[in-house]
Design a binder for this molecule. Sequence first.
Ligand code: LLP
Length: 439
Amino acid sequence: MKLQGTATVNEQGHLTIGGCDAVELVKSFGSPLYVMDEALLRENCRVYHQAFCAGGAGEVLYAGKTFLTLAMCRLVEDAGLGLDVVSGGELYTARRAGFPMDRVYFHGNNKTPAELMQALDYGVGQVVVDNLYEMAMLNNLAAGREVPVKVLLRITPGIECHTHEFIRTGQIDSKFGFALPTGQALEAVKAVIDHSHLVFTGLHCHIGSQIFELTSFGYAATVMMEFIAEIRRQTGVTVGTLNLGGGFGIRYTEADTPGDLAAYARLVLDTVAREAHRCGLSVPKVVVEPGRSIAGPAGTTLYTVGSVKEIRGVRRYVAVDGGMTDNPRPALYGSRYEAMLANKADREAVEVVSITGKCCESGDMLIWDIALPKVESGDILAVSCTGAYNYTMSMNYNRLAKPAVIFVRDGQAAVVVERESLDDLIRNDRIPPYLQGRS
Ligand code: LLP
């Protein structure tokens, strides 16, 4: 496992993160445990901010779907980033954290009337309108309050990128946005301009996630700028903001070859500036929405090893006290992870095992065929790069309680999400009166 951020190995041969011994963390907080390296979170935000906002040019929004809690909202605010939210729940989290609403962009392909009203109540900065149904509804709601609302339009530019099919959202056969190649995007722009209470500020696209080929981002920027030029020709309107979404890929295992973040920023900013110049347009504000590349590498999940089952001549299954409930990505996407034994971090690998979870489901595998030191029950297994789309996609299958989340830094650990209790699991259960009596 590649050590990232502040992770290191101490003299006892234990993994440490943020100056905290992983074995001690499990003693104090139990397992499974999501550990977020606060310094790395902050550093990733800083690098993005520096790359895109130097000279006040662009804006970076952290994509809340990746990992969002009250504490994370505070950290993102501190780092000077904005926030991309996709539901009333994420919006509520931001609001309760006191996040500045003018820095919030509200996304979603099927925002409900209640969610749109919530957004207007809170005064969110921008709504990213996804379809005509939403456009009309938002205009009516805004008109009812006599308060105009700033909107971007979500465009599907028709770009394929090489990533897992389920997380590819830029091609035109997509549930998201207005398709550019079919002419619907231009119709949507003409429509939005005609709505009395919508202030058209710009365009948004997101071509996919976990993308390594930087040229895909440059291509998206070019296609969108050509569209902006087309909008000018057809309507006379100047588009002020171009939001190019997220998607910058990260290293989960050695098979992953992420690009260079500074090169990505340069490519995107230079492409937009060059195309603006070529088309005689003013340079729009460039917005990006990274999620995975901020939170992913900062997260490590700690598990306790339970049963170790050897099928002679076939495989050794190492079972941990979590699994697809805290990390559904291997089961959903076939995602790969690296791991180490946090209590034997200085030992050589001597065996190849497969890591399985504790759910009643054969597909509940975290890692197939990983080389580790001799694994024994009671060992602490650390899986790296679990900061993105793990906690936010966790679930209670088999009525497993969700793990706690802690931030670690400078030798201190702070709980940012409490571990769910057994009572939490039945908190919303009700027994209807006709089932209450026992015969
Ligand atoms: N903006 C929009 C509109 C998005 O849809 C997404 C991710 C992002 C930004 C952030 O993308 P990132 O920088 O994290 O790649 N659950 C999947 C990932 C789904 C991504 C959805 N959209 C996974 O676990 O890989």
